[in-house]
Design a protein around this ligand. Structure first.
Ligand SMILES: [Zn+2]
Length: 117
């Protein structure tokens, strides 16, 4: 098989949590080399050369990789409740517990919202 001059051997390269194992060849659809990669989470993934060579680098096997940091949607629902409670207290002229002006204190008193499935 004839290699293009811009072909780069990525075998053994590490990109984030991925280690490149071997090439699985070009796909006719995109004309890009694809590489079999081993992720540190134990899963394997096929990754296009471009995703390994150019930023933003693909650093995980998939979007659902357990090693991938989650977006900070941290306690969004609880923060909203806290905000609403403060507004409501002000509207009704009820004094809002001074300690609860800190979200962390409010959360400690009320607890986390149940996760609805
Ligand atoms: Zn992974």
């Amino acid at each position: 098989m004839k290699r293009r001059s811009d072909w780069v051997d990525l075998t053994g390269q590490k990109v984030g949590k991925l280690t490149v194992l071997n090439s699985v060849g070009r796909t006719s659809q995109h004309g890009q080399e694809r590489w079999q990669c081993q992720c540190e989470c134990g899963q394997q993934a096929l990754v296009y050369a471009g995703q390994l060579l150019k930023p933003p680098f693909r650093e995980y096997c998939s979007r659902d990789c357990p090693l991938r940091p989650k977006r900070p949607t941290f306690l969004k629902k609880e923060r909203y409740c806290w905000y609403k409670a403060m507004i409501k207290a002000r509207q009704e002229g009820v004094p809002f517990h001074a300690q609860w002006r800190k979200f962390e204190a409010f959360l400690a008193a009320v607890g986390k919202a149940p996760i609805l499935t």
